[in-house]
Design a protein around this ligand. Structure first.
Ligand code: SF4
Length: 269
């Protein structure tokens, strides 16, 4: 299912207003870029929940009935559902199903870097549920700069591709250097209804990034295949087929330097 362009612009606006709903929090994949984003945010919970503060995977069943009112809901956006138990995920999905009956226009994003965790639940997901995974690159080599615990990109791709489910989104964020033909073929094979694309919005960690001309070739291939791409932190770059965020929208960070055409950022080790 591909959204028309006018709807995409609307979704781009809506992204700004999307909210997380966190009946489950925490993650054990320890991605390096998480320490400056989700894990840093979690430190605000020092006086509320020690497990949230430590970003340890844990369930908050008292939040099940407190679904965010926004049009798009990031389900457990501050964590990874791969660390929830089967029963915890089923309880969350049951709540989404109940809520969808009253609010059929809402969309729920369920994201994991181990997407096969959704396999036992495919039959119970309501149509409002979209499965999401992150693929920053197609390259396994060098991925340890992000994580040694998350499934490697090639394994994640295989898991996501193998899920027999209509509604999928891939988030390529923060984008890392890739092989154009291979990475584009992955995305086209998955056939997601949307791709989110963005550079690292933080100054650290420094990641090896694609040159703009390479990224443009990639977005042209993916968009030509009929897959829509929403830009997040694009650093002012226009790319073929990419709908840019509105001014002031989350992720349109301008302070980060533009990538050089012929020299990617060094990987910080
Ligand atoms: S998978 Fe997501 S939540 Fe888990 S450590 Fe990585 S960025 Fe953070």
């Amino acid at each position: 299912m591909i959204a028309p362009r006018s709807q995409l612009r609307l979704e781009s606006n809506m992204y700004k207003n999307a909210k997380t709903w966190n009946p489950f929090k925490g993650c054990g994949f320890d991605c390096s870029y998480c320490f400056t984003s989700f894990r840093l945010q979690a430190k605000r919970q020092m006086h509320n929940c020690a497990e949230c503060y430590e970003y340890r995977p844990h369930f908050h069943p008292e939040r099940l009935r407190k679904i965010s009112s926004s049009p798009i809901v990031f389900v457990c956006g501050n964590g990874d559902l791969a660390f929830a138990t089967f029963d915890q995920r089923e309880a969350i999905i049951a709540e989404i199903t109940r809520h969808t009956r009253r609010h059929p226009q809402k969309t729920f994003y369920l994201q994991s870097k181990r997407p096969e965790c959704f396999r036992p639940h495919l039959a119970t997901l309501p149509p409002s549920a979209v499965l999401v995974t992150t693929l920053e690159t197609n390259r396994d080599r060098g991925y340890e700069v992000v994580s040694t615990k998350a499934p490697l990109p090639s394994e994640r791709y295989r898991q996501f591709l193998d899920l027999e489910y209509q509604r999928k989104i891939v988030t390529i964020e923060p984008v890392m250097d890739f092989d154009v033909d291979i990475f584009a073929s992955w995305i086209i094979n998955i056939a997601p209804e949307l791709v989110y694309l963005g550079f690292n919005s933080k100054k650290k960690p420094k990641l090896l990034e694609p040159a703009p001309s390479k990224l443009a070739k990639f977005t042209a291939m993916v968009s030509t295949a009929g897959i829509d791409i929403l830009g997040k932190t694009m650093r002012g770059l226009d790319m073929p087929g990419v709908v840019r965020p509105q001014a002031g929208e989350v992720g349109d960070a301008a302070e980060y330097p533009q990538p050089n055409e012929d020299q990617s950022y060094p990987v910080e080790r």
